[in-house]
Write a protein that binds this ligand. Structure first.
Ligand code: LLP
Length: 427
């Protein structure tokens, strides 16, 4: 009977020291993904930049890894921006996204010296130009546009693109032109180019190739029809990972290489010269590096199901409940035993939908006290965790070469109470 090791460490030992639920990251895997992306996303025709999408998983420790990898950082809130600043991420490498950034957030970005704001709409452009002038702070901008493709896991469909809450449809060329002209009038705002993001967990290249073709065509039209010069193009993130054996994603390095080559080829065909191409991977950097460890508690049989209950659930990973996302799992201390029974792995939150894995093939010897591992939980698990039922958020450890370090401590009852207050408001 073998026990799972992560980064050269026995999982049971980690659970003994840190308790469960526990989120373990294999640091070497994160580093490999950064290297795969940066080394393969290269061109001798334009500059390239890999920008990590913080929303997939953010904390100071991962931001330090972003800094070490020399990558850029995509943030979408004052909170992510603050954390990035505290972690020592060079502010000029930060891209601030979002469809409704507040005045406070824009001011904070300008004051901290954030490199690029990804503008989402006309009102925001107006607000930013005013604030940049007021504070006398220079800022580069990209404009998020919508190329009319929305990609899903296995297929992609064309949508009108006009009803997304993000960005402006590329069909609205006049609106885009007037926004860019407004930005260009400002002494402080420097228009750099466009941004598009077509979806997430995309496992094939077709939708990205199509998006690149559409964006480069659009860039040519903006140049020829409106004299708008585009220096940079970001094609967003969305590169898929392997959650279960059914997922067959293209490895990140290969994807990065294909995108750089496709952009070179299409730019030549369309007569467009870019100075810089960017990608924004989140999930594909941290997803497969993350392992959630849970302790098995009670089990029960119904007429149709064998339930196995674990000590976490939708409060630390809402993806199965929210998106019917599928994961694979094992009994970490029973590797090698025959997987001869189908269990329904359920969490402990007070909601019937709190099922982590609907049908998990596990050994029939699984019992209370065992350690259940869910694979590929490194993206959008912790970052979407909640305190539902006043469940504390799990501890997070990074492991590498037989060493482990705690990067986020377990949330305690006291931590949760620190927000409770009783203050008279002056009305
Ligand atoms: N860039 C932009 C502008 C984005 O909106 C996103 C993701 C990314 C980059 C990173 O995408 P990634 O490489 O991680 O797929 N909560 C959902 C995913 C939401 C993605 C939102 N935007 C989930 O758990 O599947």
């Amino acid at each position: 009977m073998a026990t799972l090791e992560i980064g050269g460490i026995d999982c049971q030992r980690l659970a003994e020291i840190s308790g469960t639920p526990l989120l373990v990251y294999d640091e070497a895997k994160i580093e490999q993904q950064f290297t795969a992306a940066t080394e393969n996303f290269q061109s001798d025709q334009f500059e390239t930049e890999v920008v990590y999408a913080a929303k997939a998983f953010s904390c100071k420790a991962i931001f330090e890894k972003v800094r070490q990898a020399g990558a850029g950082l995509d943030v979408v809130s004052g909170g992510e921006l603050y954390c990035a600043h505290q972690a020592g991420v060079p502010m000029e490498k930060v891209y601030f996204h979002g469809n409704n950034k507040s005045e406070e957030e824009l001011k904070m970005a300008l004051e901290l010296g954030c490199g690029t704001i990804v503008l989402d709409n006309k009102m925001e452009c107006q607000r930013l130009t005013e604030l940049a002038a007021q504070l006398k702070k220079p800022i580069q901008v990209l404009l998020r546009v919508n190329p009319g493709i929305e990609a899903h896991t296995h297929e992609y469909i064309r949508t009108s693109g006009s009803d997304s809450k993000f960005g402006i449809s590329i069909a609205k060329k006049n609106e885009i032109k007037s926004l860019v002209s407004q930005a260009m009038l400002s002494d402080y705002v420097q228009f750099k180019g466009f941004h598009s993001h077509i979806g997430s967990q995309i496992t094939e290249t077709t939708a990205f190739e199509e998006a690149l073709a559409i964006m480069l065509g659009f860039i040519r039209e903006m140049r020829d029809d409106y004299n708008i010069q585009t220096r940079s193009l970001s094609i967003g993130g969305g590169f898929g990972i392997r959650y279960t054996a059914d997922d067959k994603p293209i490895p990140l390095g290969e994807m990065a290489d294909i995108l750089a080559r496709t952009c070179e080829k299409l730019s030549a065909e369309k007569g467009v010269r870019l100075e810089k191409l960017l990608i924004e991977p989140g999930r594909s950097i941290v997803g497969e590096a993350g392992y959630s460890l849970y302790t098995v508690g009670y089990s029960k049989d119904t007429d149709t199901k064998h339930f196995l209950f674990v000590d976490g659930g939708m409060s630390d990973n809402i993806r199965p409940a929210l998106y019917q996302a599928e994961y694979s799992c094992d009994i970490a201390n029973r590797l090698g035993e025959p997987k001869n029974k189908t269990y329904c792995v359920a969490g402990k939150n007070c909601e019937s939908g709190d099922i982590l894995v609907k049908e998990a093939e596990l050994p029939d010897t699984a019992r209370e006290g065992d350690l259940l591992v869910m694979y590929a939980t490194g993206a959008y698990g912790y970052s979407m965790a909640s305190n539902y039922n006043r469940a504390g958020r799990p501890e997070v450890v990074f492991v590498k070469d037989g060493k482990a370090r705690r990067v986020l401590r377990r949330e305690t009852y006291e931590d949760q109470l620190r927000l409770d207050t009783d203050e008279q408001l002056t009305i």
